[in-house]
Design a protein around this ligand. Structure first.
Ligand SMILES: Cc1cc2nc3c(=O)[nH]c(=O)nc-3n(C[C@H](O)[C@H](O)[C@H](O)COP(=O)(O)OP(=O)(O)OC[C@H]3O[C@@H](n4cnc5c(N)ncnc54)[C@H](O)[C@@H]3O)c2cc1C
Length: 137
């Protein structure tokens, strides 16, 4: 998604903003004196390249999980994020001993601090899993 602000940022909270969904950025126009003056964007459905005068640009890039390789091993949701939480250990996948943390995990918060926190939390869950294995090999 590309969201463009045609007016100065001081116009917030009622900016003249326009959103261009399903678009990829084509190029930016401007210089060091004038700053940003315009952009071109391409509609991904039609392929048409269009120009837009603007002063500010917000890009929301999004993210897709790179977990195709894991789909044969663990359950994923319809978007390819790894499912967890079907066992007593919340970060464990449907395959015992395989855990998922961070952005690749379905339902995760998709923030750095959350990913780091899950990395810390998973350690004790791995210990619990190993302890259970040791008790009942
Ligand atoms: C554009 C953008 C802006 C963001 N802005 C913010 C923000 O302002 N604040 C915030 O808190 N969060 C932000 N996030 C989210 C934040 O980046 C993530 O939540 C965080 O990086 C998740 O950490 P992670 O370790 O789970 O995944 P990642 O940081 O994505 O790390 C995964 C790593 O695994 C590697 N990898 C992937 N596949 C394989 C493979 N098959 N083999 C080996 N290595 C592999 C990748 O190269 C990468 O290094 C932003 C994300 C994006 C995309």
């Amino acid at each position: 998604m590309i969201a463009c602000h045609a007016g100065p940022i001081s116009a917030v909270p009622t900016p003249a903003s326009r959103t261009r969904a399903r678009s990829s950025q084509g190029g930016l126009a401007g210089d060091q004196v004038a700053g940003l003056t315009g952009a071109t964007y391409r509609n991904r459905d039609t392929g048409v390249l269009q120009a837009l005068a603007l002063r500010h640009l917000f890009l929301f890039i999004g993210a897709d999980p790179n977990a195709e390789w894991a789909r044969e091993c663990v359950a994923t949701d319809e978007r390819g994020f790894v499912l967890t939480g079907t066992t007593a250990l919340p970060l464990q996948t449907n395959r015992p001993g395989v855990f998922a943390i961070g952005d690749v995990r379905a339902g995760s918060t998709k923030r750095v601090a959350a990913a780091v926190g899950e990395g810390a939390a998973v350690v004790s869950q791995i210990h619990q899993h190993l302890a259970a294995l040791a008790a009942d090999p």
